[in-house]
Design a protein around this ligand. Structure first.
Ligand SMILES: CC(C)(COP(=O)([O-])OP(=O)([O-])OC[C@H]1O[C@@H](n2cnc3c(N)ncnc32)[C@H](O)[C@@H]1OP(=O)([O-])[O-])[C@@H](O)C(=O)NCCC(=O)NCCSC(=O)C[C@@](C)(O)CC(=O)[O-]
Length: 373
């Protein structure tokens, strides 16, 4: 890890990405899977965490729980439900312990088994999660096991940065220090008793930084990602935190990661739609072979430490987009449209989903036609 921190940005930029596929802690001997799974897309709903973390008004615990319960009914299988960060830094996430507790005691009714994900930036955050988990040791499945409707799976997410400026603003430390902390978090999550936890690792500002601009070095992203995989992270989520990503730069980034040995099945894309490019970039990533995409119902979201960044790409828009391409998300479009309509009204935000608004408008017109007839 230290070698990445010590190399100058210039040196990194001039280095070609590694040509030979590297072996990471999580790599298996299986060849990249194609065939029918090629049409299956996994959507990770981040609305309850990324979608709400930036809201200034306190959102009641009951609203957050109802949001998760409503989302669970739509066919979504992975829901980012909270964040064990410092409440001084992100006050909105302060009731994440209660959320985790509730989800373990009362797993939401859902058509599919669920995985819940929680952010943890350090051991303190992870230990806060462990305090709740230790009270319900049999209420969730282990990392490798298949979750059931009665026993959800749990995942911890760490979040690194591709630029030093964003790392300082978001985590109050440089990238090297954050990676040292994440190594401890990942190790502790893997060693957890009675169950190991799955670990997702974000790399933020991969296609543009609010403080350093568009020119984020893809080689730097690849280095941070490979470090996290070598530590044992199960998945890398590439965050276009600012929504500054474009189609050619998304392609360049993914090619760079592939050359560094990062497998498509270990990558998730996390697009924000600030410049309206999220679906175009999604298409590029899909074409590249990525099959996991983050999204937020109603297009809620924004990072408190990324000024000007707006919401995540809307779940409704991604579901519609994937379906028009013949991809299978397993998510009920009408169901997520209803949730987006409900939560945006509930918290007094504009519904940022284009598809959500179109479907709601079409329904209204159909009702009007029915009344006239
Ligand atoms: C990492 C720290 C804590 C360092 O912040 P720090 O101030 O350097 O931490 P510290 O270790 O000096 O501790 C300061 C105080 O915080 C407490 N503390 C320390 N850690 C925790 C914890 N885990 N949970 C609860 N409390 C904690 C600690 O106990 C102490 O309390 P005090 O003694 O003053 O009463 C802080 O910078 C932080 O919480 N940052 C999180 C910022 C954040 O949540 N950002 C949004 C999520 S990232 C994101 O949205 C991007 C993403 C993931 O969506 C992808 C993308 O779009 O790119």
């Amino acid at each position: 890890m230290a070698r990445y921190a010590l190399l100058s940005r210039r040196l990194l930029a001039s280095r070609p990405c590694m040509r030979n596929a590297r072996t990471f802690a999580t790599a298996s001997d299986q060849p990249q899977q194609r065939a029918s799974s090629d049409y299956r897309v996994k959507l990770v709903e981040v609305g309850p965490r990324d979608g709400l973390q930036n809201e200034k008004r306190a959102i009641p615990l009951a609203t957050k729980l109802e949001l998760i319960e409503r989302l669970a009914k739509t066919g979504l299988t992975t829901i980012e439900a909270g964040s064990f960060v410092s409440p001084k830094w992100v006050p909105q996430m302060d009731n994440s312990s209660e959320i985790l507790q509730h989800l373990l005691q009362h797993p939401p009714a859902a058509p599919n088994p669920l995985t819940f994900s929680f952010l943890a930036p350090n051991l303190k955050g992870l230990n806060n999660a462990f305090t709740i988990l230790s009270q319900h040791p049999t209420a969730f499945t282990s990392a490798g096991a298949t979750p059931t409707k009665e026993k959800p799976a749990l995942e911890i997410a760490v979040f690194a940065s591709a630029t030093e400026s964003f790392s300082q603003r978001n985590l109050n430390c440089d990238i090297a220090t954050s990676l040292t902390r994440f190594r401890e978090v990942i190790q502790a999550a893997k060693d957890a008793q009675p169950h190991a936890l799955r670990v997702r690792a974000y790399v933020s500002v991969v296609l543009g930084c609010p403080f350093e601009g568009y020119d984020v070095d893809p080689h730097r992203v690849a280095h941070v990602a490979t470090e996290l995989l070598e530590m044992g992270a199960d998945e890398i989520a590439l965050g276009d935190t600012t929504g500054m990503g474009t189609a050619p730069r998304t392609k360049e980034l993914l090619n760079c990661l592939a050359k560094a040995g990062v497998r498509n099945e270990d990558v998730a894309m996390h697009f924000h739609d600030t410049y309206g490019q999220a679906l175009v970039n999604t298409a590029v990533a899909l074409e590249h072979g990525i099959r996991t995409f983050d999204c937020s119902v109603g297009g809620l979201g924004g990072c408190p430490y990324s000024p000007g960044a707006t919401g995540n790409v809307a779940t409704e828009d991604v579901v519609y987009f994937m379906e028009t391409l013949g991809m299978d998300t397993g998510v009920n479009l009408d169901g997520v449209v209803d949730v987006g309509d409900w939560i945006t009204r509930e918290i007094g935000k504009e519904n940022a989903s284009t598809v959500g608004k179109a479907v709601l408008g079409a329904r209204k017109r159909a009702e009007g036609d029915k009344e006239k007839a």
